[in-house]
Ligand binder design. Structure first.
Ligand SMILES: Nc1nc2c(c(=O)[nH]1)N[C@H]1C(S)=C(S)[C@@H](COP(=O)(O)OP(=O)(O)OC[C@H]3O[C@@H](n4cnc5c(N)ncnc54)[C@H](O)[C@@H]3O)O[C@H]1N2
Ligand code: MOO
Length: 407
């Protein structure tokens, strides 16, 4: 009996992207509120940073050629022509054989092209400075535009704004920035056995895990989570709530009710809207196979497996990538390279997401699996990361090189 038409993960993501109809648009916000948001457009620099040759030390601005061959026994002798005041433009040029005192961060006078640190100089009198060491061209200087060049694309659309990017924007005098609006993700838990955390637990029931899990994952991914609570396994109830969520959100996640159990109404509800309905039922991934993907009212709906580990894996491997694609953000994941601690067998045919812990064994980092089940929430909470074992592999050998993604 073939239960699902199973798609590979890449295929599933492509189908989602091909059938996406929404665009989030942007909002313009103060740079200080833009931390962890995603840039909506390239930022082109309106100016050079710095806009003048700037000293990185306290010392004397010179023409580097005047210091060639200088030493303690035969110093170069330069005429002191005043000093540059911090925060003010240097008001005179220097010529051959001249120098001017500059503080760290001060502007170099025109004509100078290097700075000699004060430690390598001696003041002979009020008008004469002895230079004890030569300086190469642009030594101790930040050149005009060395940090940022005028008209350069300094920050790219789709990048995440970190404290460093906020610093770059402030260096350019940019006060407000356009960022993608946050995607609003609706979350619905289903199941007659699932109770809200505020209800009394009775035998046969369980507390809702997936709403809390998904809301937290969504928040971590810079999107906005909107919970629609727990819905009993009844067609009309689920249809009503989903309809409301589709009107209010950009994406909807429904947990539970995606496999073939007789009470599983999700499939029927997803096909009941005047749109494409179910696009995929089943992904070749372990855990997480009975995943549903549909388009309803122009929005993508993910029917995530009820088992919490499977639900997390589908979120991380698929939902998260779709959310990121809406803000043009393509995360470069940098897994940790190490060796595997034992022989591990898996069945061919599904890509497996295996939770692991890292142990330092005599200076060598080894990954060991966390033996768990898809129905257990602690699978990932007991793990530091996970390994992705390709679909057609039969497992991992002891000492084999593996790549661990951090959770
Ligand atoms: N005959 C088959 N049975 C099952 C198959 C299958 O291929 N053939 N697949 C199994 C796999 S794998 C998974 S994963 C689950 C997926 O089930 P559903 O997505 O239909 O979800 P439910 O049946 O509603 O629940 C499964 C499991 O998860 C618990 N659950 C559900 N919602 C929550 C929640 N919000 N918080 C915590 N736990 C939740 C639920 O109580 C069930 O124990 O199907 C297998 N069965
Ligand atoms: O897909 Mo299920 O996720 O193996 O429990």
């Amino acid at each position: 009996m073939e239960l699902f038409k199973v798609a590979d993960l890449d295929e599933a993501l492509n189908i989602v992207l091909d059938n996406n109809k929404i665009s989030l648009g942007y909002e313009e916000i103060d740079i200080l509120n833009s931390l962890d948001r995603v840039l909506y457009e390239d930022i082109v620099s309106p100016l050079n940073v710095p806009d003048f040759r700037r000293s990185t030390v306290d010392g004397y601005a010179v023409r580097f050629k005047d210091t060639i061959g200088a030493s303690e026994s035969i110093p170069a002798m330069l005429n002191l022509k005043g000093e540059v005041v911090m925060g003010k433009a240097a008001d005179r040029d220097i010529k051959e054989g001249e120098c001017v005192y500059v503080p760290t961060g001060g502007m170099l006078p025109y004509g100078s092209d290097a700075v000699v640190m004060i430690e390598y100089t001696e003041k002979l009198d009020d008008e004469t400075i002895l230079i004890n060491s030569p300086v190469p061209f642009l030594e101790n200087v930040v050149e005009i535009g060395e940090d940022v060049k005028k008209d350069e694309i300094i920050l790219k659309k789709g990048s995440i704004i970190r404290p460093f990017e906020i610093g770059v924007m402030s260096s350019l005098g940019i006060k407000k920035v356009k960022v993608y609006k946050k995607a609003v993700i609706g979350i619905i838990s289903t199941g007659n056995e699932v109770l809200d955390i505020n209800e009394n637990l009775t035998l046969g029931k369980i507390y809702d895990i997936n709403s809390y899990l998904l809301m937290s994952l969504v928040k971590k991914d810079m999107a906005e989570a909107k919970s629609y609570g727990i819905v009993k396994d009844e067609y009309d109830l689920l249809k009503g709530i989903l309809n409301k969520a589709l009107d209010e959100c950009d994406i909807v996640l429904i947990s539970g009710g995606s496999s073939v159990g007789k009470k599983d109404e999700t499939f029927k509800v997803l096909n009941s809207f005047d749109d494409l309905g179910v696009l995929i039922h089943g992904i070749a991934i372990k855990p997480g196979k009975p995943t549903l993907i549909a388009r309803c009212k122009g929005k993508i709906v993910f029917g995530l497996p009820g088992h919490p580990l499977a639900c997390s894996v589908i979120y991380i491997s698929l939902v998260k990538k779709y959310i990121q694609s809406l803000v043009s953000f393509f995360e470069k994941e940098i897994p940790l390279s190490c060796t595997f601690g034992l022989n591990y067998h898996k069945a061919k045919g599904r890509e497996e997401y295996l939770p692991v812990n890292l142990i330092d064994e005599y200076g060598e980092l080894k990954a060991y699996p966390v033996f768990t089940k898809s129905g257990l929430i602690t699978g990932f909470s007991k793990a530091e990361g996970y390994i992705v074992i390709p679909k057609n592999e039969e497992g991992l050998r002891e000492n084999q090189r593996v790549y661990v993604y951090r959770l």
